[in-house]
Write a protein that binds this ligand. Structure first.
Ligand code: FES
Ligand SMILES: [Fe+2]
Length: 411
């Protein structure tokens, strides 16, 4: 993460050549942006949704990891009984990141003076001399946490809304007959909106000319319904040399694909048998971790029409991730990282977008961020009104008391 942060600060303070010319201004923030592309490239994602932050299997008992959502750092740790906890990533003493510390039993221990915090974010012990003083009553923020589909999910927004906020429902991945799935993820130096544009916009088949996950795509549906943009393509799915070997063409109609940007998530569906979800975790304006869940009803043994048995699917999926999914998605990673650099250098260039679906994805992201900012503004105003009211009441009570004193004194 440190690497990403230093790269970010470099980009924010970028200067022109030291030849006396003026530095080019950096790309505008959301409120200063003058067109939709500038707005979407500065927009965050509404924290009032569930976001995956790590693979469940990547946090061992007694381990703590740092996860970041839109520059907000959180320490996620697993205690010695296997329970996961998520607390604000700062020691209440001198603000060190707690993720630099360690887990002891069910406490997260700061690396510096060893203050111990429990999973509720409370200071539980101070292991050094306290000079006759009581330990301060410190309480760190905590975050609602769930584990589902092999991933750890956090809710970064208003915690009171977490329970009522739906997570992606993937019935195929649950229950006794669950399809196998091996999630893969990437950290790309690109804004999350570039990744959403990328995964649902099939005009970039040129990039994938080696693997051919989709070819000859023709957009047949584009519809925004509430907070979801639905897209459908007539296209040849999985026609590449490698993917073509495994796709079960006898049982799957691979001539069209449905996709959806179901804010803030994205999914695709080929004939109800090849599916994926894509979850973005926006780390900052130019860094995004992206989790992909691909799952298949049936795969065939290459060069045959024999279905791969369910129990063999897991090792098979690991292999297919290594041979196909990761190399293919890495092409997208290279492209979106280059797009990020291009945007930072040429954010004021005229917009030249041809796919109306891309405009629809961007419009949804911008609208949702606008709505979030408006909610935050009214929350702040509400708080300020309550503060002023309290102050007025206190002043009034004070004035009343003085008036009463004066009246008594005058008698
Ligand atoms: S800074 Fe964390 S214990 Fe002192
Ligand atoms: Fe792609």
């Amino acid at each position: 993460m440190g690497d990403h942060q230093s790269r970010e600060s470099q980009s924010r303070t970028r200067r022109g050549p030291s030849d006396g010319t003026d530095p080019k201004p950096v790309a505008p923030g959301f409120l200063e942006a003058t067109n939709r592309r500038q707005k979407v490239r500065a927009a965050g994602l509404d924290p009032n949704h569930w976001y995956p932050v790590e693979h469940d299997g990547a946090i061992a008992k007694g381990q703590v990891v740092e996860v970041v959502f839109w520059r907000e750092s959180v320490a996620v740790f697993r205690d010695d009984e296997g329970r996961l906890h998520a607390v604000e990533n700062r020691c209440a003493h001198r603000q060190l990141k707690l993720s630099k510390g360690m887990v002891q039993k069910d406490k997260l221990v700061c690396a510096y003076h060893g203050w111990q915090f429990n999973g509720c974010g409370e200071l539980a012990a101070v292991p050094h001399e306290t000079f006759g003083k009581k330990a301060p009553a410190c309480k760190l923020e905590t975050y609602p946490l769930r584990v589902r589909y092999g991933l750890v999910w956090l809710f970064f927004g208003d915690a009171s809304r977490a329970d009522a906020t739906p997570m992606p429902e993937i019935p195929e991945l649950e229950g006794p007959k669950a399809w196998e799935c091996v999630p893969v993820d990437f950290v790309w130096n690109a804004h999350h909106s570039m990744i959403i544009d990328n995964v649902s916009d099939f005009t970039h088949e040129f990039l994938h000319r080696k693997y051919k996950p989709f070819t000859d795509a023709r957009l047949t549906r584009l519809e925004t319904v509430g907070d979801a943009v639905h897209v459908e393509y007539d296209t040849k799915v999985g026609g590449g040399k490698i993917s073509g070997l495994f796709v079960d063409r006898a049982r799957i109609d691979t001539n069209s694909m449905k996709l959806c940007y179901e804010y803030p998530y994205q999914w695709s569906n080929t004939d109800e048998k090849i599916k994926h979800w894509c979850f973005v975790l926006p780390i900052d304006e130019r860094t995004t971790r992206t989790f992909f869940l691909f799952y298949f009803d049936s795969f065939v043994v290459p060069f045959t029409r024999v279905k791969i048995p369910r129990r063999m699917m897991r090792p098979f999926l690991r292999l297919s991730n290594r041979l196909l999914v990761q190399p293919l998605l890495s092409e997208d990673g290279v492209a979106v990282e280059a797009e990020q650099e291009g945007y930072e250098a040429h954010w004021d260039a005229p917009v030249a977008e041809m796919n109306p679906a891309v405009n629809a994805f961007q419009a949804l992201t911008v609208r949702k961020w606008d709505e979030h900012l408006a909610r935050e503004r009214s929350r702040r105003e509400e708080k300020e009104r309550a503060r002023l009211l309290r102050k007025q009441r206190l002043e009034q009570a004070d004035a009343d008391a003085r008036a009463a004193d004066a009246a008594v004194g005058g008698e």
